[in-house]
Design a protein around this ligand. Structure first.
Ligand SMILES: Nc1ncnc2c1ncn2[C@@H]1O[C@H](COP(=O)(O)OP(=O)(O)O)[C@@H](O)[C@H]1O
Ligand SMILES: [Mg+2]
Length: 264
């Protein structure tokens, strides 16, 4: 499904701010893998997802998706088969457009622009159905502007949009971190439901170690642009927050105390 081979990324090369964000990182996902990604601030988690999505060019190495080398493919082309949800609820949807218009855009991702774009009656019925599945009452608000929705509703809608046309890969970057705990739980439950329903290959960054242990079939921990721990299946189920802290302490040494607060 996804194969990353020896990618590196340095920002601000040759300046005092030079930072190696990814350091010769390799990772292979199997079809249907649901991987949680943890690590302290600046570990390179977001950069990893950005490299996969094509936000910045990689310095070296290759990224393969379904055996195709996508390393040089621009971001908008990769967006036709990669779904993304970010931390900021404002980023995934168009505020000035109605709920049904946002969904119609998502449904047409990667299709020719000459296709009619307004949503058909049949499509609207389908959207209503899918929105009802979110359990947020959005099915009765198809024509509401998305800008009027709460952060949690927007994240739920973004998730729906990202998975409307089954993506080859779903990338989630702390997509519940900006929400209150109750809403975060709802959006996380919805995430699991959608991922399981469509058997989506997924990378989910989270700061919450309990969630990282509970959710998905595989967990990776990053530190200094590298994967320092990769565990799956039964072994993952046996993890504890204490054990993850211990792994992190081993890798980070003295810096651990600074990062402890963000790894709850
Ligand atoms: N666009 C950018 N320009 C310059 N430096 C960046 C950029 N994106 C990330 N970095 C740096 O790369 C390192 C890894 O960042 P990031 O991937 O955002 O970490 P994480 O998501 O694990 O907190 C950090 O030191 C960060 O400051
Ligand atoms: Mg990040």
């Amino acid at each position: 499904m996804l194969a990353i081979k020896n990618i590196s990324k340095t920002f601000n090369t040759g300046t005092v701010n030079e930072k190696k964000a990814l350091d010769n990182l390799s990772l292979t996902l199997n079809d249907g893998d649901f991987v949680t990604v943890i690590g302290g601030n600046g570990a390179g988690k977001s950069t990893l997802l950005n490299m996969i999505a094509g936000v910045f060019p990689i310095d070296c190495g290759h990224i393969y998706l379904d055996d195709k080398d996508v390393s040089l493919l621009p971001e908008h082309k990769r967006a036709t088969f990669i779904g993304r949800v970010f931390q900021d609820p404002l980023m995934g949807t168009a505020a000035d457009m109605a709920i049904y218009e946002n969904l119609a855009l998502a449904a047409r991702r990667g299709k020719s622009r000459t296709l009619a774009w307004g949503a058909s009656v049949k499509e609207n019925a389908e959207y209503k159905d899918k929105l009802a599945g979110l359990g947020l009452g959005l099915e009765d608000r198809l024509t509401s502007k998305v800008g009027l929705l709460s952060g949690g509703q927007r994240q739920a809608l973004t998730l729906l949009m990202a998975t409307l046309k089954k993506p080859d890969l779903l990338l989630l970057d702390e997509h519940t971190a900006a929400l209150d705990p109750l809403t975060a739980k709802k959006v996380l439950d919805l995430t699991e439901k959608l991922v399981n329903e469509h058997n989506l290959t997924t990378l989910m960054i989270t700061h919450n170690m309990k969630d990282a242990i509970r959710i998905g079939n595989r967990l990776i921990m990053m530190y200094n642009g590298k994967i320092i721990f990769d565990v799956e299946g039964e072994e993952k189920k046996k993890l504890s927050v204490e054990l993850l802290h211990e792994k992190f302490r081993q890798a980070a040494g003295e810096e651990f105390s600074d990062d402890r607060s963000v790894l709850i």
